[in-house]
Design a protein around this ligand. Structure first.
Ligand code: AMP
Ligand code: ZN
Ligand code: FE
Ligand code: FE
Length: 285
């Protein structure tokens, strides 16, 4: 079985509409695709409605989180939640808050860029995001179109870098609160790209152990932002902490070079994940 549990659509910062994503997933020979837009479930309905025969949709979302390390350093983290009740009031309220924060922060980052002479506008970024949850990749695409950078990856290495002078953080969710929200909404949680140090600082193993104790179910082991050492490290944590090891592409369409199915979850892990008691079921095509 070919199982890819982490993808993005135009509901956030992917470039494939949900129906296109499902068609691309079938074309890539996937049997299961997780639809996990940042901070929104807006892609679920179309993804489910357009699933081709033989392709199962695992509805989810990628929650923008942070943890404060000793010394006060703020570490950005992403948690994947699957199979939760999308109508849960607390979870819905938190997603709405995050979406508003994305808009506010996007506007401020664009102000910083414009003040320094970058040839873009907030209106262009809003148009690029459309109805989707606005994020840095949308600013990146506008920068590409303006000829200011070669591609979105170059924008992330340059003006959009989390370590750069234009960066403005979003008001993310404390990670233990996100784990509780997902659990109380009947979902299962997987720590996304836990060791992706290229993106910024990552948490220590002790924090991952605390997350496991707080109800985390799984951990991404195979992910494009993990090198061989990271994968080995994450696989060891999965064994030690009895977390379900997953693999995924984190596909973003044309916003990232990675292909659908670039990393996969094995069948045993998938079955362990969906065997947890959850508010929803995977939707078979
Ligand atoms: P934001 O959520 O607005 O802070 O933007 C970060 C998101 O951009 C990440 O979650 C990825 O989905 C995406 N991203 C990170 N690095 C890159 C990159 N080098 N190229 C394209 N997209 C990226
Ligand atoms: Zn993204
Ligand atoms: Fe992520
Ligand atoms: Fe992602």
């Amino acid at each position: 079985m070919r199982i890819d549990l982490h993808t993005h659509t135009t509901a956030s910062d992917g470039t494939d509409a949900p129906a296109q994503l499902l068609a691309a997933a079938a074309h890539a020979g996937l049997d299961v695709v997780g639809v996990t837009d940042h901070d929104t479930v807006a892609g679920w309905t179309d993804a489910i409605a357009t699933r081709p025969a033989g392709l199962t949709v695992l509805p989810g979302a990628e929650f923008s989180c942070f943890h404060t390390a000793p010394g006060g350093r703020r570490i950005s983290m992403h948690v994947l939640g699957y199979l939760f009740d999308e109508h849960d009031p607390a979870l819905q309220a938190e997603q709405r808050r995050l979406l508003r924060s994305r808009v506010e922060r996007g506007r401020r980052m664009v102000e910083n860029l414009v003040a320094d002479g970058w040839p873009i506008s907030w209106e262009q970024v809003q148009a690029m995001a459309g109805a989707g949850a606005v994020g840095r990749p949308h600013i990146g695409r506008v920068l590409v179109r303006a000829g200011a950078v070669a591609d979105v990856s170059a924008a992330f290495r340059g003006p959009l870098s989390g370590r750069g002078k234009y960066y403005v953080p979003k008001q993310d969710t404390p990670v233990f609160e996100a784990l509780r929200l997902i659990r109380e909404a009947g979902g299962v949680s997987v720590f996304a790209h836990p060791l992706a140090h290229r993106r910024g600082p990552v948490v220590d193993d002790e924090v991952i152990a605390e997350m496991a104790a707080a109800g985390l179910s799984g951990i991404e082991v195979d992910h494009p932002d993990h090198d061989a050492d990271d994968r080995e490290h994450a696989a060891r944590l999965a064994r030690e902490l009895d977390l379900i090891p997953t693999g995924s592409s984190d596909y973003h369409g044309a916003n990232k070079p990675v292909r659908l199915g670039a990393n996969l979850t094995d069948r045993d892990s998938y079955e362990r994940l969906i065997a947890q008691p959850t508010a929803r079921m995977p939707i078979a095509g």
